[in-house]
Write a protein that binds this ligand. Structure first.
Ligand code: KG4
Ligand code: ZN
Length: 365
């Protein structure tokens, strides 16, 4: 008989405290019974970034409230659950520990099995939660802290084809906004400005396109932008609205071109594995960018691959993806004990070498 599983998921690896309940009957679509996210943006806004100690304390204060709310909204009690899944890394260690301790407390009190989940696997498995995408599929994770191409072969089997060697694209958008005096988060502000701008007026580099492979680099774009901004200020004493829009448009065009070309290369490597139904999925906050999405859609259409992106609330940090990734681990027989540890770093593909400089910010993933 098809087994129905109901899993509680907890997420606290950066600045969102989240709890969710996901249910799935074997062979059927998973159902998100509840997904509660308490952001911490207000707590950190005065500091220009996430302060780890403040984040950890806020998670510890909010986790039980989130769990209670997630159970109530799902209309279930702890007795209806089959397991508790929790982000056990990578992320800000204080926050990850808060979640792991909370999940251990629930597991110890109820006897429920405990499942540790890699936060990045949560993002990477979201296309299965939302669209039942079959393995293997190509995944592009683009967020404020991460950028990598992965082929997902199974709930814990990922091959990384490449990734950023310095900044993540979201980080580059945020820094660009900061350099131009635009509001944070930078992605939506820069995209808004870029819509009014001329992408050809300023010539930005296309980093690493001259080298083979799927690695990316975004920190040079920020340096180029800074130089162009400083030159304009020196020549005319400041920036006009149009200058700002043109700089944003030029910067965004460089990100779009780079991601499009590297996706083309990653897609070729993936298609060489001869998947029955080729699918490219994207997740992370940067996937909200319409120009990036359109470019990826075109690349996929050229190669006859399906393109899919989860709805934005499931692209950004949430606990439904953790509950779902935990559910897949649970079905495959995985269980963790009360000795589960919180890990600040935890690469998805254990076989590929650590990325130079990646994750140095260690914040959002
Ligand atoms: O996935 P996310 O909510 O947080 C993590 O990084 O995990 O992504 C946030 C990042 C920020 O850097 C933000 O500037 C970027 O996603 N972002 C965008 C857009 N919306 C959000 N970047 C480009 N264009 C956008 N429209
Ligand atoms: Zn994340």
């Amino acid at each position: 008989m098809a087994q129905t599983l109901t899993i509680l998921g907890l997420e606290s690896s950066c600045d969102d405290t989240a709890a969710a309940v996901v249910r799935q009957t074997e062979g059927q679509a998973a159902e998100i019974l509840s997904s509660v996210v308490h952001g911490q943006t207000d707590l950190h806004s005065a500091y220009g970034g996430v302060v780890p100690e403040i984040a950890a304390r806020a998670h510890a204060e909010k986790l039980d409230i989130c769990v209670r709310q997630a159970l109530a909204e799902a209309g279930v009690t702890l007795a209806d659950l089959d397991a508790v899944a929790v982000t056990a890394g990578p992320g800000l260690i204080g926050g990850v520990m808060s979640g792991v301790m909370c999940a251990k407390g629930i597991a110890a009190a109820t006897g429920l099995p405990l499942i540790g989940v890699n936060h990045l696997a949560g993002h990477a498995l979201t296309p299965r939660l939302t669209d039942q995408i079959a393995y293997p599929y190509l995944m592009l994770l683009v967020s404020g802290g991460h950028c990598q191409y992965l082929i997902a072969h199974g709930p814990e089997q990922f091959s990384r084809l490449g990734g950023t060697i310095d900044d993540a694209p979201g980080e580059a958008f945020d820094k660009t906004a900061r350099l131009l005096g635009l509001p944070q988060p930078g992605g939506p502000s820069v995209e808004g400005e870029a819509r009014q701008g001329d992408p050809k007026r300023f010539r930005f580099p296309r980093p690493l396109l001259d080298r083979p492979g799927c690695d990316l680099s975004f920190s040079g774009l920020k340096t180029a932008l800074m130089r162009m901004r400083d030159q304009l200020v020196a020549e005319q004493g400041g920036l006009t609205r149009q200058d700002r829009a043109d700089l944003c448009a030029g910067f965004q065009a460089a990100v779009v071109d780079t991601l499009a070309e590297k996706t083309r290369r990653a897609l070729a490597l993936y298609l060489a594995e001869d998947p029955a139904e080729p699918v490219v999925a994207v997740a992370g906050g940067v996937a909200a960018n319409a120009a990036i999405r359109a470019a990826l859609e075109t690349v996929c259409a050229e190669a006859d691959a399906r393109f899919t992106a989860p709805p934005l609330r499931l692209c950004t940090d949430n606990a439904a993806m953790i509950a779902y990734a935990g559910l897949e681990r649970f079905r495959s027989g995985a269980r963790d004990g009360l000795d589960l540890t919180a890990r600040p770093r935890w690469p998805l593909d254990q076989n590929s070498p650590a990325m130079l400089g990646s994750g140095k910010k260690g914040a959002k993933a």
